[in-house]
Design a protein around this ligand. Sequence first.
Ligand code: VGL
Ligand code: ZN
Length: 211
Amino acid sequence: MNSALLLIDLQNDFCPGGALAVADGDAVINIANQAMAFCRRSGFPVAASLDWHPRHHGSFAVNAGANVGDTGVLDGLSQVWWPVHCVQDTPGARLHPQLHQQWIDKKILKGRQPEIDSYSAFFDNGHRRQTELDDWLRALDITHLTVMGLATDYCVKYTVLDALSLGYRTDVLTEGCRGVNLNAGDDVKALEEMRRHGARLVTLDEMMRGD
Ligand code: VGL
Ligand code: ZN
């Protein structure tokens, strides 16, 4: 079985001090470094997604004239309004400085189209366009993914659900995930939803043992 590691949005804006900070978000950087070190020893490739929005992105509350955290409609799809975050080429959009990013084999930039959001690293939220990720994984004959990152209840969840529907055996490295939790417990619910759809919830030890 050919495995790959997929790191989701380990960017400054999702870490404490950032524009869309996830509580304890920076605690997962060390887990990502350990998981990447294991992958290098095992010959498994590492991909990382980055939320990469233009300044006029439609998901930003200020651009919609709405309040952060409320829900509205963007191009026909339900949309949570977010603070301005991960604007292309700004410090907030950079990968966390402690992440060993020289070990990343492929970066996937998402959320670049202003009229649609893109939580998943595979597709935009309307499943209208694909990123390069699936083609890249298929070219390497990858059948098994381990996914971790920020945030559990948005980008990790939608990436994992798409990975499962694309046919990947998908493990979620739970220690490496933290949630936005607009509502208390959203992270736990998201993990349960991923599990129900066929994902396996694993620890770093389990990943490294290869069970
Ligand atoms: C994310 C909200 C908005 C995420 C990205 O990475 O989970 N969440 N943009
Ligand atoms: Zn975003």
